[in-house]
Design a protein around this ligand. Structure first.
Ligand code: LLP
Length: 440
């Protein structure tokens, strides 16, 4: 039971008094130190990186929409109480898409007037929970859900403000599993279906339609997709106001802003993207003489991806005729993104940073009982040996949040590294007891 005894205290501990993030060399030193202190596998989260992406988002929205816009962090990218609190201080709201994400935000005492509740098949329990908490908006996905919301709000005699999720039929250029805006999508409804929904809403004295929502997918780099989305959505928005005499206030265009994982290609141009969106929205509103809606965007990946680094220790190296298998102490359990999307990462052997050895193309694999358990099939790193620590960069988004207990491996902790050189666990390593705590 050696593994059990390596559980570390949740208390924040000072590792080094200097600013650890001031250079790449120091950064790597710190990573080795953290790996020794907290064990591996481990997720590191650099707070300054999160703060940087938050302030860029806020600055860009302010510039284009003044006080008439708010970013809602998409919790599915990485959800924990500490992060909710941090984002609240940066002026963000939250996009929560399940009772669990809502609970996490409640436990972090997040102001509910800044929370939108998503999901394409919300349970009645979740709807009740959201209404009891008084979330700001529920984003309605379909007519069935609307009927549930109407009857629950009726029973509770509580007002519920909603947005409706639209399928804008925008085919964003990204992996097929993370496109969401097409006609055949399981999310949202077409504009025609929306008309039925509007008729239904009219029957309720508690449910009020406040605006529209759309999200076309994730990891999108093409600015045209966002422009097309803006044109279509502001068109629907204006149509509803003019033809159906509705008093709408909000337009939520979702997230999806791409992140550069490897040292190739260009960074996503957020400034240009939002400026183009704002141009389209303002132009159309002026043309039709309506007030510019309050704008929401829901960045997830672009807020946290770059702040994350996963550390693994090499447990064995198998030199085969076909490849070199470098097997680490993590797995697709803590990073399923190659297995799911063929996602690529930059990997570095940080134990060999000052050592003059050849680089080799290796396959970094995990310890799950299947051959698809790969972190990267062909990365070029300094010759790895047993005991070396590997750093996988850009793992802040959709890694911890998509982790599982397959093979009953424990989930790694999340250690926050602050700009002032302090660090500590914001999520502790799971224990074996945690894993069986729900079992009879
Ligand atoms: N809003 C809605 C309604 C969403 O469904 C999503 C992501 C976002 C916002 C945030 O999108 P982002 O800014 O993070 O791209 N597991 C996949 C990504 C799935 C994204 C799901 N929805 C991955 O690892 O690439």
């Amino acid at each position: 039971m050696e593994e059990k005894s390596e559980i570390v205290k949740i208390k924040t501990s000072r590792i080094n008094k200097n600013n650890l993030l001031s250079s790449k060399f120091e950064l790597r030193n710190v990573m080795i130190e953290i790996a020794r202190k907290f064990g591996t596998p481990i997720y590191l989260l650099y707070e300054d990186e999160i703060l940087k992406s938050c302030s860029l988002f806020i600055e860009v929205l302010n510039k284009n929409f003044g006080s008439r816009a708010m970013p809602l962090y998409a919790c599915k990218a990485l959800s924990c109480k500490y992060l909710c609190k941090l984002l609240e201080k940066q002026g963000f709201g939250l996009d929560v898409s399940s009772g669990g994400e809502l609970f996490t935000s409640e436990m972090s005492k997040f102001p509910m007037r800044r929370v939108m509740f998503h999901g394409n098949n919300k349970t009645k329990d979740e709807i009740e929970y959201a209404i009891d908490l008084g979330v700001y908006r529920i984003v309605v996905d379909n007519l069935f859900e609307l009927k549930n919301i109407m009857s629950i709000s009726e029973q509770k005699k509580k007002n519920v403000d909603i947005l409706v999720r639209i399928k804008p039929d925008v085919d964003a250029f990204t992996h097929k599993s993370i496109k969401t805006g097409g006609k055949g999508s399981k999310f949202g409804m077409s504009f025609d279906e929306l008309i039925d929904v509007i008729d239904e809403i009219k029957k309720s004295s508690y449910v009020k339609l406040k605006g529209l929502h759309a999200h076309i997918g994730s990891q999108i780099f093409d600015l045209k997709s966002f422009e097309e989305l803006s044109e279509i959505m502001i068109g629907f928005y204006i149509n509803l106001i003019k033809k159906f005499d509705l008093q709408l206030e909000d337009l939520n265009l979702g997230g999806g802003f791409g992140v550069r994982y490897l040292n190739e290609g260009e960074e996503f141009n957020l400034k240009k993207c939002i400026s183009n969106v704002s141009y389209i929205i303002k132009k159309r509103c002026k043309e039709y003489g309506i007030e510019i809606p309050f704008m929401y965007f829901e960045p997830g990946r672009s807020i946290v991806a770059k702040a994350g680094v996963t550390l693994y220790t090499v447990g064995c190296v198998k030199k085969n005729e076909e490849n070199i298998q470098v097997i680490v102490d993590g797995s697709m359990n803590d990073n399923p993104r190659f297995a799911l999307y063929g996602a690529r990462y930059l990997i570095e052997n940080i134990s060999k940073r000052n050592v003059n050895v050849d680089r080799r193309v290796v396959c970094v694999s995990g310890r799950c009982c299947e051959s698809g358990d790969i972190i990267s099939p062909d990365c070029l790193i300094k010759d790895p040996e047993v005991g070396d620590v590997l750093a996988v960069y850009c793992t802040g988004a959709y890694n911890f949040s998509m982790s599982s207990n397959y093979n009953k491996f424990r989930k790694p902790p999340v250690v926050l590294v602050k700009g002032d050189g302090t660090c500590g666990e914001i999520v502790r390593r799971q224990t074996y007891d945690d894993m069986i705590s729900c079992e009879v």
